[in-house]
Write a protein that binds this ligand. Sequence first.
Ligand code: GLA
Length: 348
Amino acid sequence: MKELFGTLADGTQVHRWSLENGGTRLKVLSYGGIVQGLEVPDRDGRYANVCLGFDSIEEYVDSSPYFGALIGRYGNRIAKGAFTLDGERHQLSVDDGENSLHGGAQGFDRRVWDVEPFTDGTDVGLRLSYTSADGEMGYPGTLEVQVTYTLTRHGDWRIDYEAGTDRATVVNLTNHVYWNLGGEGTGTVEDHELTIAASRYTPTDPGLIPTGELAQVSGTPFDFREAKPIGRDLRAGHPQQVFAKGYDHNWVLDKGVTSEPEHVATLRDPSSGRTLRISTVEPGLQFYSGNFLDGTLTGTGGRTYRQGDALCLETQHFPDAPNHPSFPSTVLRPEQTYRTTTVHSFGA
Ligand code: GLA
């Protein structure tokens, strides 16, 4: 189902698409490819919307910290918003202190996408497309992007990203859903149990730019190899947590880059019984513990969002990879096609 969600200041209409399959209900906006709602049942079959969002387009435009949005051209930070590729230096839009975050000031989360619904066997979904002009936000190359949101008959939400360029560039696409498996607006996620299949993470400087080191999680608050409530070590006083006001780091997934999605993380809410399993082809996962939610935003359910009321699990290549030759490469050349897939599976 397609309905009018709102109108942007320039008169562009923003639509909302609703789809349902395998027990999962998804609401997507043409603005930012935003997942505005995602409902799944708990262990007693009761549905709740498990992602943070807003009721109006104005709130998304004015104050959204990337709720549910597609992120591009580059998920997470690029130091000083600059990198050199094939000997040419590129200056990007700087929107996070001295750094570029999530594609710059007008990233993919703030663009209006073309949306086409489809049915494919037992799958239903949406194809979102957007062409990013050469030089947009400082990135080289015209980038043709297609993102497919699929709901499978098992209720999995699968994201397939594809992009091509006419000039060498860097790309790192992800999605920025804020999860609260108890239901958005129900308070803290500190009791959610998280598992991440990663023995290492990328420590950062105070501006959250990776230092380049791949540090062991063993013996630190960053060890999520066994299921652990997020709150258990959240106040452990580790210097890395002080920079981030909690967790806001990239985990180096043990499996590395894979051609097929592999299971890398599980989130479980003990009170509702809801679980989320994430599989991806990506080598990294940014776990962000909702540190910057500060009680100033009111969500779809009419409740205030405070620090730690949700968390993000963003599958990705590593932050600032364009400035770290030792990190898996994010370079895309005209003869290549960028492809990446992440699958979210729900249970109770
Ligand atoms: C990502 C970043 C965080 C923060 C959030 C949005 O997770 O790593 O630092 O910017 O997005 O607030």
